[in-house]
Each structure stands twice: as structure tokens, then as C-alpha cells.
Design a protein around this ligand. Structure first.
Ligand code: GDP
Ligand code: MN
Length: 380
């Protein structure tokens, strides 16, 4: 065998090993559901809703929140609005003749970005449990009860939930979320999970801390900081929400690359947490470093190495490797890969993370972005 081929195989094995280890750990522990000692609880709740030009969907979102199975006298809604459209007026009208939940509307004159807006909203939240939710998401009716039951465990100070259905029908996203849900259950059973999701994250109000004004991963940052304070932050698949997503390769890049930038930057900022905080710093953070920071570069190197090896063995015919890869991407983004769709979804996220890393190295990544209009359409 030639040296290039050996190098390509070795590289592939190195890249795959941490994934195989996580799979084995999963098979060994078989984590199911939440690791918390859940107990029925009914704390007072502050629902935090940030809005930027959501006039198209905000009323649907409010209907959805008010329909949650929870006593609305125990709920306050803290909206922080930075819109230039009618979002604010729509919200005010909506609450004009309602007693509950109570509305706290924070109005920004100028858009500063999501993280500073959220810091203000969290500071204004006065109830025992704070739930942050994005406008372009739908929550299962029992989310507040499920979240409260998790927080009733003394060790647990934050809980996020599972993306159960992808509005807009993207199979790429559904495939990725399926894998992510298993990983997050494993992490939660080991200690705590890293990623917290924008559509639904719940926190004990006492545990809240300010987030970096430039943050592009606000929910995850909050969870990570809370874990660093000592409490567990977990994922519970019984906490369910829906969010819209694209399948098309190009359309996925914008949102996923930005989210990737937020996560990579956060991991790098908190590199000193590696090795500390029990299995969180010894297993969960290292795996996420591997998946988000290191593996995307290795995946790109694998493609190069395999192409080089194939060309060295088969001459020009070796270029069928990148051509075949392009074919797989083309099929994958059209949701045509069947059972391989989930593997494609992981590849898709590696592409985003690589692009995100390059953007970060180029100094990109301030705290504002274009809100995706197309994803709002599936809500009407
Ligand atoms: P994505 O899901 O990660 O693509 O992020 P979105 O564009 O859906 O934004 C998440 C939530 O934050 C939505 O409810 C937006 O309306 C809101 N949002 C985004 N940017 C800002 C901002 O600058 N200020 C405020 N107050 N809310 C924002
Ligand atoms: Mn969104």
C-alpha cells in the first residue's frame, strides 16, 4: 500500500475514535430521559421572550404561551423588544384587556443585539423560575411543569429540552437533532450537558449571571456559567418544543454557522474549565471540544487525504472521491439519503463548524444578525 493511503486510513481512524468512544459509553450507560429526581412543582415563572421584528408571528407565539398548561396567575411575561416594525404595538394590544399573565415590556430604542437585551430581561425577571423562549418556536403544553419538576431536584439549576418536530420538514435537521438528543441525554447522565437551546431553556432565577454582550450562544453560555457555579445543567427529552429549519445546504449555512461561531468562541473562552467540575470538565467538555473545535478540521483533512490517496492509486479517476462527496451532499440536502441522512446531518454540522472557525479567525462575529423571514412563514 502506498504511504498516502496509509496516512489517509490512520487519519480516518483518529478522527473516528472519539465518536466511537462516545457511542460505546452510550451503549454502556444507556441513558434514558432526565437524570434528575423529578418532583411535581409549581413555582412562579418569568417567561423571557426577546423579539426583533417579529410582527408576522408574535401573536401566534403569544397564543401558544397563554395556552400552556400552567396557572397564568403564576406567570409573568418579560418581553424585550428591539424592533423597528409593529411588534411592540401588537404585544401591547394583545395584553390590553388581559389580567394574566402580567406583561413586562422592555423597549429598546436601538438594537444592541440579543445578549444585552436578554441581560436586561433576566434582570427584570422577578419570579422563581426563568424560562427563555425564542419567538419562532412552539412549546409543548406541559413544558413549564416538566421544567419545574427538573429544577425541583436540589442539584439541578437549569434544564433545556428536545426539538421534537422540525417545522418546515427538514430531514437534515431532524436527523441531526435525533443524534444530538442521545448525546445530550448521555452528557446529562454523566453530569451536565453543554448545549442549551434557544426555543426553550429554563433556569433557577437565583442562579442567573450576566452573559457576554457579544455572545452568539447566550443560552449555552448561561448554562455553562451556572455549571461553573456548581449546579448541574441538564437536558430532559420530556421537555418538548418545535422550531423551523431549512434542509438546503446554502440556507442552512447562515444560521448554523453563526450558532457554530457562538459555541466555538464560548468553548475557547472557557478553556480553563477543561478537567474541572467532575465529569463535566473531564468528559463532556473534552468531547465537545473534539466535535466542535478539532474534528471539523480533521474532516476537511480526511477529504483531502482520501482524494490524494485515490489520485495516487488510480490517477485522474481518483477525483471521483470529491465528485462522489459532492453527490452525497446534493442528495443529503434534498433529504434523499434515507437511513444515511443522520450521518449526513453530522457532516453538515462539521461543515458549519469549520466555516465558523474560519470566520472567527477572520475576526467576524458581532452580536447581531438578519432574522430569517422564510423560517417565520411556517408559523402563520
Ligand atoms: P436563530 O434561531 O438562532 O436563527 O435566531 P433568531 O433569529 O430566530 O432569533 C432568536 C430570537 O431572538 C428571536 O425571538 C428574535 O426575535 C430575537 N432576537 C434576535 N435579535 C435580537 C435583538 O437584537 N434584540 C432582541 N430583543 N431580540 C432579538
Ligand atoms: Mn430562530
Amino acid at each position: 500500500m502506498n504511504m498516502l493511503a496509509i496516512a489517509a486510513v490512520v487519519l480516518f481512524v483518529v478522527t473516528a475514535t472519539p465518536y466511537v468512544c462516545y457511542l460505546l459509553l452510550y451503549a454502556w450507560l444507556r441513558p434514558v430521559g432526565s437524570p434528575a429526581d423529578k418532583e411535581p412543582a409549581e413555582p412562579t415563572v418569568s417567561i423571557v421572550l426577546p423579539t426583533y421584528n417579529e410582527a408576522q408571528i408574535v401573536e401566534t407565539k403569544l397564543d401558544d404561551l397563554l395556552a400552556l398548561d400552567y396557572p397564568m396567575e403564576k406567570v409573568e411575561l418579560v418581553v424585550v423588544d428591539s424592533s423597528t416594525d409593529e411588534t411592540r404595538a401588537i404585544i401591547r394590544d394583545y395584553f390590553a384587556d388581559r389580567d394574566a399573565p402580567e406583561l413586562v415590556l422592555l423597549e429598546e430604542d436601538e438594537r444592541r443585539g440579543l445578549a444585552p437585551a436578554l441581560n436586561d430581561a433576566y434582570a427584570a425577571a422577578s419570579n422563581e423560575m426563568v424560562v427563555k423562549t425564542d419567538c419562532d418556536s412552539k412549546l409543548a403544553p406541559d413544558v413549564l411543569r416538566e421544567a419545574a419538576a427538573n429544577l425541583a431536584d436540589d442539584e439541578v439549576a437549569a434544564v433545556t429540552g428536545q426539538h421534537v418536530e422540525v417545522l418546515g420538514g427538514s430531514e437534515v435537521e431532524a436527523g441531526y437533532r435525533g443524534i444530538q438528543s442521545h448525546i445530550q441525554q448521555l452528557e446529562s447522565h454523566l453530569d451536565s450537558t453543554l448545549i442549551f437551546h434557544g426555543p426553550f431553556s429554563a433556569f433557577e432565577t437565583d442562579a442567573l449571571l450576566p452573559i457576554d454582550p457579544n455572545s452568539l450562544a447566550d443560552d449555552t453560555e448561561l448554562a455553562l456559567k451556572i455549571r461553573r457555579q456548581g449546579d448541574r445543567v441538564i437536558f430532559d427529552p420530556a421537555v418538548e418544543y418545535m422550531e423551523a429549519s431549512h434542509s438546503a445546504f446554502g440556507k442552512r449555512r447562515l444560521q448554523k454557522d453563526r450558532r457554530g461561531m457562538g459555541l466555538i468562541r464560548l468553548l475557547v473562552q472557557h478553556h480553563d474549565a477543561l478537567g474541572k467540575y467532575g465529569r463535566y470538565g473531564r468528559v463532556v467538555l473534552p468531547f465537545n471540544w473534539w466535535f466542535m473545535v478539532i474534528s471539523p478540521w480533521l474532516v476537511a483533512l480526511n477529504v483531502l487525504a482520501m482524494t490524494a490517496a485515490a489520485v495516487s492509486i488510480a490517477g485522474l479517476a481518483g477525483f471521483s472521491v470529491p465528485v462522489a462527496l459532492a453527490g452525497v451532499i446534493w442528495l443529503g440536502q434534498q433529504d434523499l439519503l434515507g437511513p444515511l441522512q443522520a450521518v449526513y446531518a453530522v457532516f453538515d454540522s462539521q461543515v458549519s463548524l469549520l466555516h465558523a472557525a474560519i470566520e472567527l479567525l477572520r475576526g467576524e462575529g458581532d452580536g447581531t444578525w438578519e432574522v430569517d423571514e422564510e423560517l417565520r412563514e411556517v408559523f402563520e
